[in-house]
Design a protein around this ligand. Sequence first.
Ligand SMILES: Cc1ncc(COP(=O)(O)O)c(C=O)c1O
Length: 362
Amino acid sequence: MDPHARAVLKDIPAYVPGTRALPRTESSPLVHLASNENPLGPSPLALEALARASSQWARYPDDDSAELREALAARHGVPASCVAVGAGSTALLKLLAEAYLDARRKAVYAWPSFPMYPVAARLQEAREVRVPLDGGGRHDLARMAEAAKGASLVVVCNPNNPTGTYVSEAELAAFLDRVPRDALVVLDEAYAEFARATAADYPDGVRWVREGRRVAVLRSFSKVYGLAGLRVGYLVAPPEVVEAVGRVREPFQVSAPAQAAALAALEDEGHVARTLHVVAEGRRRLQQLADQLGLPSYRSVANFVWLDVGRPAEQVAAELLRRGVRVRPGPTGTTWVRVSVGTSEEINRFEAALLQVLATLP
Ligand SMILES: Cc1ncc(COP(=O)(O)O)c(C=O)c1O
């Protein structure tokens, strides 16, 4: 590391994207189950909107993303002043950290969870409290509420990446009653659409924004909407939180074609429905496969499954990759891997490769 860079960077591992070494041609046989993307790709309507908007590359985009914000506000039943659009929900998470954390402030999040939480907190040199997931791979909300005393930011990843587990409406309501009122509770709902289609008691976090609570909901166009490459996400939060984020964000984060494609994707309910159907079926198959092989896994409500392959995760992932299937290994030293739900053909390929790998590795 450059000795002249900020000392805090030593504690921030470079992000390792699941997309490294993506196939370069359509005919490449690599099956990519490492980044929880939409196996059906983007909505055709989004692609058409993207093509129509592509004449606008020479111009700066609408910095306000006004049309998209209005559509999102209408969808969630909040004023547009409660919505901010950013370059993926990750960018908005970092902006929240910049706006609410510094060396005198505390951030609380569960672990293991999305690796960008520690990165965002550390860059601000904030105090971090990581609360281990409970034995069922779920947020330990009792301990998190305890840790939230004096915290500025409390993150609940719902559903949680990598476990796919979720916090119910009643659990979250009770938690919010216990968290000090001046802490900002961030509900990372990148996978909300999958969870809502799966679990009747999965909460709509925006409900608390409408009720005037200090809750900020993060949503993504990278998952169910299949636009990971375009980098669009949004935040639904009280107007003063949106205003604070506006002060730290750099202008023109989301291109005009990305705004147009996101708007079209939002309106293509048929594509969302097809995605949810394919993911529900694929996830059922992946969990059945894990059960048949006696590999422990958590019941996921998201578009990925976290399973214990009983061998070093990185070795299993490397062996799967040699057979043309990319999955996401858990941290070094663990035996867990995260497998994104693909099409049925992709799951066939994963199953065949996994059976070979398990037979090869003792
Ligand atoms: C929990 C969680 N939040 C946020 C993101 C990032 O989404 P985006 O592409 O909108 O930045 C991911 C992506 O993997 C995620 O798993």
